[in-house]
Design a protein around this ligand. Structure first.
Ligand code: GLN
Length: 193
């Protein structure tokens, strides 16, 4: 299974390590053409406005909007996947029917690590929050997976996974495995059509 990591800005190398640790092949994505080689795409954390600017410059915004690839957004990545962002007129990629609010857990110095329960899983996940967003509204078809202090921080819809935090800064593979299972499901669905 080939998992691409959008390598424009942010925590790219750390995701590469996680994908390989889960037994996948990690591919750094810097050109739109390489999207055709992968089975799923990770949008890393970093700064969503900076990543969006680079996505526009290199043609990713349009290519990803029309792509059917399963996507996994972490931190800035979930902001890119959201249909709406509080305070902005339009969302970026509109993949997840959610409204996100940026910087919901304080500033850089307020970064923290927690152990999260994940709905449907036995194993808990470790999560690092750095100027993290939260999911203020989740649409009907969106499944809520985790919350912190009553704030939604992890969701999935059929093909997409969005989380507010950075599992790739821990050794916890829970969410990467979860995403890779989603990708596997998507591959077998495509083969049975
Ligand atoms: N605060 C950043 C943003 O709004 C996200 C932070 C992160 O990805 N660690 O894009």
């Amino acid at each position: 299974m080939k998992i691409g990591i959008l390598a424009l800005q942010g925590a790219v190398r750390e995701h590469h390590r996680m994908v390989e640790a889960c037994g996948g092949e990690a591919v750094l994505i810097r050109k739109v053409e390489t999207l055709s080689e992968i089975d799923g795409l990770i949008l890393p954390g970093g700064e969503s406005t900076a990543i969006r600017r680079l996505m526009d410059r290199y043609g990713f915004t349009e290519a990803l909007r029309s792509s059917g690839l399963p996507m996994f957004g972490t931190c800035a990545g979930v902001i890119l996947l959201a249909k709406e962002v509080v305070g902005q007129e339009t969302g970026h990629l509109n993949k997840l029917d959610i409204t996100v609010e940026r910087n919901s857990f304080g500033r850089q110095v307020d970064s923290f690590e927690v152990e999260l329960e994940v709905r449907g899983l036995e194993e808990r996940a470790l999560a690092v929050f750095i100027r993290a967003p939260h999911i203020a509204v989740a649409g009907n078809d969106v499944q809520v997976l985790s919350e912190v202090d009553g704030k939604i921080v992890a969701v999935r819809s059929d093909r997409h996974l969005g989380i507010s935090f950075h599992p790739e800064l821990t050794d916890s593979l829970v969410f990467h495995k979860y995403f890779m299972d989603m990708v596997k499901e998507n591959i077998s669905k495509k083969m049975s059509v």
